[in-house]
Design a protein around this ligand. Sequence first.
Ligand SMILES: C[S@@+](CC[C@H](N)C(=O)[O-])C[C@H]1O[C@@H](n2cnc3c(N)ncnc32)[C@H](O)[C@@H]1O
Length: 307
Amino acid sequence: MADTPETSKLSHAELRGVYQANQNVLRFCKEKLGNSATNEQAAIMHAYELQTGSYIERMKVDADYRAKKEKFGQLVASIFAPYKSASILEAGVGEATTLAAVINHLPADQAQCVYAFDLSWSRVLVGSRYFAEQTAGRKCNFFAGELEHIALADNSFDIVFTAHAVEPNQGREKQILEELYRVTAGQLILVEPAYELADDAARKRMDFHGYCRGLKDIAEANGWHVSRYELFNVYENSENPSMLLVIEKNAKTRNEPQYVSPVDGGILVEHAGNYYSAEEGLVYPVLGGIPYLTRSAAILATHYLEV
Ligand SMILES: C[S@@+](CC[C@H](N)C(=O)[O-])C[C@H]1O[C@@H](n2cnc3c(N)ncnc32)[C@H](O)[C@@H]1O
């Protein structure tokens, strides 16, 4: 599919230079793309592709960070405890450092079906390897995907959770929350910046970086039931305080997770190593074993089933 207007203005080689010079890539993109309040999705993708490997590296070398991640995983798993959690999705999984910590605190009869995706294919690649190493072979279906157009069918997961993934998407919060809610069958559990619970200095910083706001208000305006809303400060980062938001969906029907086209919502069928949607005749490639289920990865190939 064609580039979106904003992707065509961003050069990864140029952004690599910005990253290597220790400048803020998202900020640079904002200025380049007209300094809007929003981080364009393409800018987020480039910025996180550039960071690939950095979270895993930090887990290796920083014992304090490792201990906090462990505590974070334990706390998130304890939030899941009252609920059915046979099927779990982490949206915006990064390098799976949080997901591995959470799954390691869940008994084997929970989390039997785990899915996870991220906008950055490279982070998913290194994350899938890290997850396999850290969880003694617990299974997870990793794919590249977008929070704005989640390539999964409705009501698919007992629990959907995010950890600072909605964060850089100021301006798209409602669209993203509605997508997360659509694929949730049981609970939607968000650990994200606590804009409304933060002081003025922290809010100013969050606005500067284009961080998300108003998640609880959006949930309530949509008529969803919010059962928990509180500060969640495992990392004790006063510059970027976190909050926990638990939204109860409790759908009557729970579907088996199935991939759908992020363009047209049609069920994807696996064929000759890739995924095909008959609706629009689109093929989504599988790269290195990882399905690439974003709108920009779709290839028009209406006769693909003849392969
Ligand atoms: C701060 S990292 C957190 C990663 C992971 N949840 C963790 O706890 O380590 C944010 C992640 O969200 C992903 N992300 C941000 N916006 C996204 C979007 N619109 N669609 C898909 N992924 C997104 C980024 O690519 C990045 O890997």
